[in-house]
Design a protein around this ligand. Structure first.
Ligand code: URP
Ligand code: ZN
Ligand code: ZN
Ligand code: ZN
Length: 475
């Protein structure tokens, strides 16, 4: 059935204006003032913003990690995302050296199929770029539409790849039009510092942060940027936390390199002192890279508003406090890393960013949606409100107030890192390809209605190359 969203204020990365939106066959078919359409269901959005659905470029759902599996899977994780205004996620498909890439991708399809209530794509982890992987990569990119590759520079003895692998992945990415993503921390040195701390009996959660100092994030970020320059490739640094890493990204961008950066709500809003909470509660705040000294938050906000960082990811990777985070009692290195953020990413950035004057409304849309669509090959199908785009829309009450709590959130995890925080602005209704998933703050979606997204290659680098224009016309 056709739908007509009336009287809302449309906000894209570029514009803010009052207009109606007509939806037909999953897409936006018209935008204009005073639209009329016989037979269309009319939805009144007066007093609300209408945003493009949020795109979360960084999630880990149903992921085995740290001797356990994340508390949220594709059913609960995508439902919580929808409540929060996110209509697309890109999740990390893990791989291992023993398995063909295609088998790893099938594992991730099996985790998500029949469960996801919003659309989703996959990034592919590269742990070793051997001949088999190199041979398989082009067909995986083509057939699965996976156009971003993830390399971990940390988590020694599990996910960590060496510099040779990173360099070769960057070269392959240039060749095939992929974007290389890095978790940038120096895993070898962290391993030494963790060993020293544990040997000295320093076992509580704060030592997670103290053994992963910002120098090691800055160093790895700079190293990855240099290797990107050498390979003439493109790099996206996930979960940037500190001035050291921001500086390296700025340096690379000043040189004209295709280097991009993401940060997450937790690094903008929380700081390292949370890890000192008593009764092991600090474990709730164990992320890698760790939360930093509070002054870094201003550096990150400024990097976002000035364009040095482009996107906000949630890095959703939830573990219950009881039974999961507790695995690290008496040894901080055994605390599963990560936290629940998929639901509140959108509203936290609006409330703390827009309402507090740190970013503009249009910048907000860019960071929460549009920039990720562009970088990850989804634009203009996703990431904007335009004729022909998917009708992924968030009707958002800018004055709605709520207090974040694990008592009321929809993630299947027993705590919130933002417990008790009062925020302004909330999604009222959320549509994915023209169908309500959230209607008047109630979930009305259907497990399995989320579609797998095949994505385009990295911006303009798709083959064949662009035609060369000469005086005589296109050659
Ligand atoms: O602590 C984190 N960030 N956990 C998720 C895995 C990763 O490194 O992104
Ligand atoms: Zn990471
Ligand atoms: Zn201690
Ligand atoms: Zn992550």
């Amino acid at each position: 059935m056709k739908k007509l969203i009336r009287n809302g204020t449309i906000v894209t990365a570029a514009d803010t204006y009052e207009a109606d939106i007509l939806i037909e066959h999953e897409k936006i078919s018209r935008i204009g003032k005073g639209l009329e359409e016989a037979g269309a269901e009319v939805i009144d959005a007066a007093g609300c913003y209408v945003f493009p659905g949020g795109i979360d470029p960084h999630t880990h759902l149903d992921m085995p990690f740290g001797g356990t599996v994340t508390a949220d899977d594709f059913a609960t994780g995508t439902m919580a995302a929808a409540y929060g205004g996110t209509t697309t996620i890109i999740d990390f498909c893990l791989t291992n050296k023993e398995q063909p890439l295609a088998a790893a991708v099938q594992t991730w399809h099996a985790k998500s199929r029949g469960k996801a209530v919003i659309d989703y794509g996959f990034h592919l982890m590269v742990s070793e770029l051997n001949d088999k992987v190199l041979a398989e990569l082009p067909s995986i990119m083509e057939e699965e539409g996976i156009t971003s590759l993830k390399v971990f520079m940390a988590y020694k003895n599990t996910f960590q790849a060496d510099d040779g692998t990173l360099y070769q992945t960057l070269c392959a990415a240039r060749e095939h039009g992929a974007l290389v993503m890095v978790h940038a921390e120096n895993g070898d040195v962290i391993d030494v510092l963790v060993g020293e701390a544990l040997a000295a009996g320093r076992t509580d959660p704060i030592h997670h942060a103290l053994t992963r100092p910002p120098e090691l994030e800055g160093e790895a970020t700079g190293r990855a940027a240099y290797l990107t320059e050498l390979a003439d490739s493109q790099l996206y640094v996930v979960h940037v936390t500190c001035a050291e890493a921001v500086g390296k990204i700025q340096e690379a961008r000043k040189k004209g390199l295709r280097v991009f950066g993401e940060t997450c709500p937790q690094y903008l809003l929380l700081d390292q002192t949370a890890l000192e909470k008593p009764d092991f509660e600090g474990a709730k705040y164990v992320w890698s890279p760790p939360l930093r000294e509070a002054w870094n938050q201003d550096v990150l906000w400024n990097a976002l508003s000035s364009g040095s960082l482009q996107t906000i990811g949630s890095d959703q990777c939830s573990f219950d406090f009881i039974g999961q985070k507790e695995l690290g009692r008496g040894d901080f290195s055994k605390i599963p890393n990560g936290g629940p953020t998929i639901e509140d990413r959108f509203s936290l950035l609006y409330s703390e960013g827009v309402c507090k004057g740190r970013i503009t409304l249009n910048q907000f849309v860019d960071m929460i949606s549009t920039a990720s669509a562009r970088l990850f090959g989804l634009f203009p199908r996703k990431g904007t409100i335009a004729v022909g785009s998917d009708a992924d829309l968030v009707i958002f009450d800018p004055y709605g107030e709520r207090v974040i709590s694990s008592q009321t959130h929809h993630m299947k995890v027993d705590y919130s890192a933002f417990e008790g925080m009062r925020i302004t602005g909330e999604p009222v209704s959320v549509l994915v390809r023209g169908e309500f998933v959230i209607r008047n703050k109630e979930f009305v979606g259907m497990p399995g209605s989320g579609q797998y997204l095949k994505r385009s290659r990295f911006g303009g680098l798709a083959k064949p190359p662009l035609p060369v224009v000469s005086k005589e016309g296109v050659l």
